[in-house]
Design a protein around this ligand. Structure first.
Ligand code: ZN
Ligand code: ZN
Length: 595
């Protein structure tokens, strides 16, 4: 390997951060590390750590990474993502757990960095397949517990705190407090016999977080001084220049809006962003307004956060949603879910005038304290339109700075890399463009391309003595679709059918034949759904019926000896005709019954 040569070249150019001690030991045996147990020659994987991203690369969603070393495996995060427009009828999307299930006997634990769906949403589905202790902070575990309860399962939940060190098999995990848009978030340093890994989790460097607990820079610097062999880093906002604003910057903006409003205020935000909700409540208290909460997840998270002591709410502030009509509009703030335009959420029901307790009226001030996650722009926009039509005044992030992101912009990523000085770098948590941009940030800081790994879900990377490489091997990592009670039973073919059905509808040709006598003994029926309005385009269907009749009578002459051939001929003749006549491609089903 000539990586060290490259490294030296970089050093001479003076672009690379100072070389740590561990780096100088590169290529030598690290006698300090525990012996692998099996000699390298006896077993191909001895002394090697496998790093297997199962989700979160090439996408924002369903984050999950497995790490295996000989007889030990651990997982960081187990998230889900929401279906896109092409995934008809799919409820949620989870990672493929095959690799984990096949290695379940080695599984020592799952560490969860924080309580967002893209990090915890897959856990109930994983626990239905393997048993694993789950490590997380108080709020994270609370959110996981709520989720497990909905699925009717119990988990082996083990509470940790920022700053804790614990073992899972051969892995020594150290947790570092991180700032993000949900409280109690962690970054992780994981000591493995093959080298030390740092995983940023989702983070931003907020110097003035609402709870007063900024990211633990001292600890980060100390960990950097010990040497990091591989840093895995959040890429979500890597395209953004500068720094992401502090959560604290939102407070004064809310205050200026409240000061200027004499009507009812309705604010939509993520339920899990309890710091944002706290800011809204503080502002409400200051302006002597009562607060009502709307939306199931808002109530659940607030209950949990209050119970665990994450919220401070003066008594008498919160009122029941059913009682809001007893309170003057100018004395009321409603905090609701639905800031992403989720179809069944409280805000979308308000916008559709279908909310039981809240009727939007002229003068209401509605604030969307969020920015649409890519893909949600259209639904959010249609909610804004509906609210405006109902006479509300709507404030959203294009108009005022009423939202800040929970993810680090490029300057923050630079700072974290500079504190940690990793030998190898792997952008995670992002679409390819985000991963790519993040890799450029590391290059800008002097890291060599050879030490930067942009991987896909399912790629197996390996680390030994602090050296990282791509193995070229892959494990199954296609998205697994959950539809109702079915997990993984909907594959690409079913989705293709659903797409085709949704685009061009369905035509069914039905006939009954007597194979013994070789005669057709029914009419040839053509039925269509979602294809074309039968009354207007009856002639197309009549002509299709005639074509089908001709194909069938040709086969009747031969005594219906080959029904599979009849079916495929019917399909291809009808497809040809309909394509020429309509330029459409409906699903065609042939139902030939044998009497
Ligand atoms: Zn997050
Ligand atoms: Zn995330």
């Amino acid at each position: 390997m000539d990586t060290s040569k490259e490294q030296n070249r970089n050093d001479r150019r003076g672009r690379r951060p100072p070389v740590s001690d561990t780096q100088k030991r590169r290529g030598q045996n690290r006698t300090k590390r525990p012996p692998a147990g099996l000699g390298e020659k006896e077993k191909g994987n001895a002394g090697k750590l496998e790093i297997v991203p199962l989700g979160g690369l090439g996408e924002i969603g369903k984050n999950m990474t497995a790490f295996s070393y000989e007889d030990n495996m651990m997982i960081i995060d187990c998230g889900m993502s929401f279906p896109d427009d092409e995934m008809f009828g799919i409820d949620v999307v989870i990672p493929d757990f095959k690799y984990v299930v096949e290695n379940a006997s080695r599984l020592k634990g799952l560490v969860v960095t924080h309580g967002h769906e893209d990090h915890i949403g897959g856990i109930p589905y994983l626990l239905k397949q393997v048993r694993v202790p789950i490590y997380g902070t108080r709020l994270t575990l609370g959110l996981i517990e709520n989720k497990l309860r909905e699925h009717g399962i119990k988990g082996d939940l083990r509470r940790i705190e920022a700053g804790d060190k614990f073992r899972m098999g051969c892995f020594r995990v150290e947790t570092i407090r991180a700032t993000h848009s949900v409280a109690d978030s962690l970054a992780l340093a994981v000591d493995t016999p093959a080298g030390r890994i740092f995983h940023s989790g989702d983070f931003k460097l907020d110097y003035t977080p609402i709870d007063g607990d900024p990211m633990d820079f001292q600890k980060l610097a100390a960990i950097g001084a010990k040497g990091i062999d591989l840093m895995m880093c959040d890429s979500t906002n890597s395209e953004r220049k500068g720094f992401t604003k502090s959560e604290k910057s939102i407070g004064p903006i809310f205050e200026s809006i409240f000061a200027d409003t004499n009507s009812r205020i309705i604010i939509a935000t993520f339920a899990s962003n309890i710091h944002r909700v706290q800011t809204i409540i503080n502002t409400a208290v200051k302006f002597r307004r009562k607060v009502a909460l709307s939306g199931r997840s808002m109530l659940n998270v607030m209950d949990l956060a209050t119970e665990l002591g994450y919220m401070s709410i003066p008594p008498g502030t919160i009122v029941d949603l059913a009682d809001i009509n007893n309170i003057p509009d100018k004395k009321l703030v409603l905090i609701t879910t639905g800031s992403q335009g989720e179809p069944m959420s409280a805000l979308s029901r308000m916008a559709a005038s279908e909310h039981r307790n809240v009727k939007i009226k002229k003068g209401d001030r509605v604030i969307l304290s969020s920015s649409p996650i890519p893909g949600n722009e259209k639904t959010v926009s249609s909610i804004v339109n509906s609210l405006l039509e109902l006479g509300a005044e709507v404030i959203y992030s294009d108009l005022m700075d009423i939202h800040v992101s929970g993810h680090a912009s490029s300057e923050e990523i630079k700072l974290l890399i500079s504190l940690l000085k990793p030998k190898n770098y792997m952008p995670v948590h992002g679409e390819y463009r985000h991963l790519y941009r993040n890799s450029m940030i590391a290059e800008d800081l002097g890291m060599h391309q050879k030490n930067i790994f942009i991987a896909r879900n399912g790629d197996v990377l390996s680390m030994k003595d602090g050296y990282v490489s791509k193995t070229g091997r892959r494990v199954p990592a296609d998205p697994v679709f959950v539809d109702g009670l079915g997990v993984g039973d909907i594959g690409a073919m079913v989705l293709k059918d659903r797409k085709q059905l949704s685009e061009a509808g369905l035509i069914i040709v039905a006939a009954t034949v007597d194979t013994a006598s070789g005669f057709l003994i029914s009419d040839v029926d053509i039925i269509s759904r979602g294809f074309t309005y039968e009354k207007e385009n009856g002639d197309i269907l009549a002509e299709a019926s005639a074509i089908a009749g001709k194909v069938i009578s040709d086969h009747e002459k031969r005594g219906f000896k080959d029904l599979p051939a009849l079916r495929s001929e019917l399909k291809s003749e009808l497809r040809k005709y309909i394509s020429i006549k309509t330029k459409r491609n409906p699903v065609i089903l042939t139902v030939i019954m044998e009497a």
